[in-house]
Each structure stands twice: as structure tokens, then as C-alpha cells.
Design a protein around this ligand. Structure first.
Ligand code: SF4
Length: 492
């Protein structure tokens, strides 16, 4: 870590927000090459949005991630409205558990249900009561108390309750500063969750396990054994579905790799900085070039270069025939991509590899740098270098903006990461591929899976066309005659 503040400071309870830590933005219109250049030369600035239709909140990222730790409990210190996503988090948990070969079970989630009375006179008694309930009901090995706008605005001293009950119960109880108003970037919620994990759960190493590799993942399928076993390595996917005792020992691993720096930048940098676990700095493992670079960076970090070259050669050979066929089949297809930042770059890489033209893209935010500051892992630079320039909007899930672009560009396929956005492709009659599992397109074989799925979507547009014929859009012709960036002000 050089020339910037340390990524992880165990003495503070709140992680610095991404706007301040990384210079991240949620509004930009231009091209991938321009955005990559301005990210590296430091000239990227936020553009104020004069109209906002909807948005997500950092607490959703924090709560969803923490609720996937099977033997922990999460207490959301908030009004009940902030728990509106709990059913969705529970669905992610149940589906994810099945994908990882675990029996389905409910997430351990409670809300303190703050009301007007507590907003005025304080809600610590209710917090204590709810943490006690979580302890009695779930017998967890750790409890996370997530903040909300209400508990943060009223200045609740949640740490005092955490410390008191931590002593009484003999388990770690961590507060998580993920209140929505702190940051325009909901991904700050991932950092807040990892900050709590690094402060309260991860223990100093007792021994080292060089063959164990932390893989910072989402909640999708475990696709890592195939890649790691031939290298003599053992993948340790974290933190979804990893028990507390396992998370406590991630400081003993030989390295940390990420599949998406949007998700894992803070945890990987913190582990390297605090416990000397080397972070593998590479673009994400999507598309042949990304996969090769990721594997080779891992090989260099853990001294397995020869083994990596064998896997790269084997996987390239295995996939070459079908890949060539998919490229022929998908020739001339035009796509639009909408996804979170680095995962959007990953999808862009996969499409580039398949020879699909990307006519537009919306990424939900942009981090000009990651916590390690290493350009070797710059996913946007990587796609520009390998697959060329494309139009890019940075747009924090503003439907009006995406719909405006989709209607004008009329791509053959809309590839989108989030279900709430996917419906708009259907309403416009555009074949839509919802990337429900972030791990689906990962690796050499993931590239083929993606190709097959897209070929399927574009060859069968009847359903979407039918849907569009019966849909009335809520946007007026006036809006569709405007530039999609009409509500973005000058940079500041
Ligand atoms: S924490 Fe704030 S922004 Fe997030 S859901 Fe609750 S009230 Fe809304």
C-alpha cells in the first residue's frame, strides 16, 4: 500500500465512504476509453443529477452479505421500512445455499422496528431487546448490528449495546455503519460489512496455509474447484455461506483473489495490509484474456506458474471448438449491458470475446481506483485494451435513463444483472438475458455458457415482442426525444 491512507483502520467503527476513499462517481456520460483515462489521471469528477427516480441503499448490500453467513445473525437498527428487502435477502440465501450444496434455511434477520417514539427519545432499549432476541432465537456465533438513516441521524450509541452484550454473551457483536445517507454508492455497504468483519471476526493467524486461497465471491454457484485443484490449491469462497469460525481464519490463507473488485476491494486490501495475506491484483476472470491474466497473477503470487500454464492451455484447447462456433452464430449481434461496475466490465469482456458488438452500457457506479491502487487490476482499462472502446453511462440504476437509451439503440439483446432493470427490456420488446448468478460467465467454460444463453435469447424474440405489444410505458414521447443525459449537470 503506497501513497495513500491505509485501507483498513481497526480503530474506527465507520469505513470511509467510497466517494472520499476512492473518488467514486455515480454520474458520467462518454466512452470507456475516456472514463479509463480520466480515472487514471485523476481528472474524473462527479456530475450532479438534477432528477433522481429511484436508488438503492448501502444497508441493502451490507445486510444481504452478512445475512449469508449461516451461523451469524443480523439486527437492523431501523424502522420497519428499511427491512422491505428482507424477503429478497432470504430468497438469495435459500437459493444460494442450495447452489452450494447446503440444505435450505432461513436467514437470521431481525429489525428493531424503530417508531416515532424511539426516533425522538432514543432506541437503545429496543436495540438491546432485539439483540437479546436474536441471541435467544438463533444461538449465533456472531451478531451484526446494521445502522439505518434513523439510528444514525439520532446518533444512537449502538456500540455501547454491542460492547455490553458482547461481554455477556461471549460472542463478537459488531456494529456496521451502512446507513443509506452516508454515501451515494450502495457498494459502500459491502465495505461497511467487511470493516465489521475485519475488526471483530478475523483473528491474527496462528499458522499459515499457503495452499488455501480466499476467493471473495458473490452468492452464486461454486465454480472454483475445477480451476484450483489442478494447481494444488484449495479455494476458500468468502464470505457468503462461510461459517464464522472459517471467516475468523482467512488471515491464514496463502492469498486472496477476487472475482469482482467492486465487491471485494476493501476486504482483500485489508487482509493484505493487516495480516500480510497477498492480494492477487488482476482484472476479473471473465473472457479468455481476463481469465488468463487472473490465473497467471494467481500463479505468480503463489509460485505455481508452470501449473497455471498447463490449466490455461488445457482450458483454451477444450473450449476452442465451441467458441469458434458461437462466434460464427453470434456474428452481427448488437448488445446493451447494464450491471454493477466491475461486473459490467466483466460482461463487456465476455461479449468482446464472443465477437458481439456492444452498442451501449450502463454501469451503476464507477471506482476510478481500487484500494490497492494497482493499474494491473483496472478492469475498465483491461476491456478497453483488449476489446476496444464503447459508449458508457455511469448511472445509479436510473430507469428513465436506461429506457431512453434502449429505445433509441434497439439492441438485439439486453444483458442485465438486476431483476428490477430486466423487466424494462421485456417491456420494450428487446430479448433480455438476466444474469441471475454472477459466477455464471466466469472462467473458460463460463464464456461458453454465456454464449449459449445469448444465442438462445436472440433466436427466440417472440415472447418479448408479444410482451411489448401489451405494455404501456410510463414515459412520454417528450422524454424519448431528449438526450438520456438531460438531467446531468456540469462536473464539480
Ligand atoms: S437506511 Fe436509509 S436509505 Fe436505506 S432503506 Fe433505510 S431509510 Fe432508506
Amino acid at each position: 500500500m503506497t501513497n495513500h491512507d491505509p485501507a483498513f483502520n481497526p480503530n474506527i467503527t465507520s469505513v470511509p465512504v467510497r466517494e472520499a476513499r476512492l473518488g467514486s462517481v455515480v454520474a458520467y456520460e462518454g466512452t470507456a476509453a475516456d472514463l479509463a483515462r480520466r480515472s487514471r489521471d485523476g481528472s474524473l469528477r462527479e456530475r450532479p443529477r438534477t432528477f433522481t427516480e429511484a436508488g438503492s441503499c448501502a444497508s441493502s448490500c451490507a445486510i444481504c452479505l452478512l445475512s449469508l453467513i449461516p451461523d451469524a445473525a443480523v439486527v437492523n437498527h431501523a424502522p420497519l421500512g428499511c427491512a422491505g428487502d428482507f424477503t429478497q435477502f432470504n430468497a438469495v440465501n435459500r437459493f444460494g445455499r442450495v447452489k452450494r450444496g447446503l440444505p435450505p434455511a432461513n436467514a437470521h434477520l431481525l429489525s428493531t422496528n424503530l417508531r416515532e417514539n424511539e426516533a425522538v427519545f432514543g432506541g437503545l432499549a429496543r436495540l438491546e431487546e432485539t439483540v437479546r432476541e436474536a441471541h435467544a432465537r438463533f444461538a449465533p456465533k456472531a451478531i451484526f448490528i446494521t445502522a439505518s438513516c434513523t439510528s444514525a441521524i439520532t446518533g444512537e450509541d449502538s456500540d455501547s449495546v454491542a460492547e455490553k452484550l458482547e461481554r455477556e454473551f461471549g460472542i463478537p457483536i459488531a456494529t456496521v455503519a451502512c446507513e443509506g445517507f452516508r454515501s451515494r454508492l450502495w457498494t459502500t455497504g459491502f465495505d461497511a460489512a467487511y470493516h465489521a468483519i475485519l475488526r471483530k471476526i478475523v483473528k491474527p493467524p496462528r499458522e499459515r496455509h499457503p495452499e488455501k486461497i480466499n476467493v471473495v465471491t458473490f452468492w452464486g454457484e461454486d465454480v472454483f474447484d475445477d480451476l484450483f485443484t489442478p494447481l494444488g490449491l484449495k479455494a476458500n469462497p468468502i464470505v457468503p455461506f462461510a461459517p464464522i469460525d472459517e471467516i475468523a481464519r482467512i488471515s491464514e490463507a496463502g492469498a486472496t483473489v477476487q472475482i469482482c473488485s467492486t465487491l471485494g476491494t476493501y476486504l482483500a486490501a485489508g487482509l493484505e495490509e493487516r495480516y500480510g495475506v497477498p492480494e492477487v491484483k488482476a482484472p476479473p476472470p471473465y473472457g479468455l484474456s481476463g481469465m488468463d491474466a487472473w490465473m497467471r497473477a494467481l500463479g505468480r503470487t503463489v509460485g505455481r506458474q508452470a501449473e497455471v500454464e498447463k490449466v490455461v492451455a488445457r482450458e483454451r484447447e477444450r473450449t476452442a471448438g465451441e467458441l469458434a462456433g458461437l462466434r460464427r452464430e453470434l456474428k452481427g449481434v448488437r448488445a446493451y449491458v447494464a450491471a454493477g461496475s466491475v461486473h459490467g466490465h466483466s460482461i463487456r469482456a465476455v461479449l468482446g470475446e464472443l465477437g458481439i458488438e456492444v452498442v451501449g452500457s450502463s454501469f451503476w457506479h464507477h471506482d476510478p481506483v481500487f484500494d490497492h491502487r494497482d493499474a494491473a487490476a483496472d478492469s475498465l482499462l483491461h476491456v478497453v485494451h483488449n476489446y476496444g472502446d464503447t459508449p458508457v453511462s455511469i448511472c445509479n440504476k436510473q430507469v428513465y435513463q436506461v429506457v431512453n437509451q434502449l429505445r433509441r439503440l434497439r439492441p438485439d439483446v439486453f444483458i442485465v444483472r438486476h431483476p428490477g432493470m430486466a423487466v424494462w427490456g421485456g417491456k420494450l420488446g428487446i430479448p433480455t438475458f438476466l444474469v441471475e448468478d454472477e459466477h455464471f460467465g466466469l472462467g473458460y467454460r463460463g464464456l461458453l455458457r454465456y454464449g449459449r444463453k445469448i444465442a438462445d435469447a436472440v433466436s427466440n424474440p417472440a415472447f418479448f415482442r408479444h410482451l411489448a405489444r401489451h405494455t404501456r410505458l410510463p414515459y412520454t414521447d417528450w422524454w424519448f426525444a431528449q438526450r438520456s443525459s438531460a438531467f446531468l449537470g456540469e462536473e464539480r
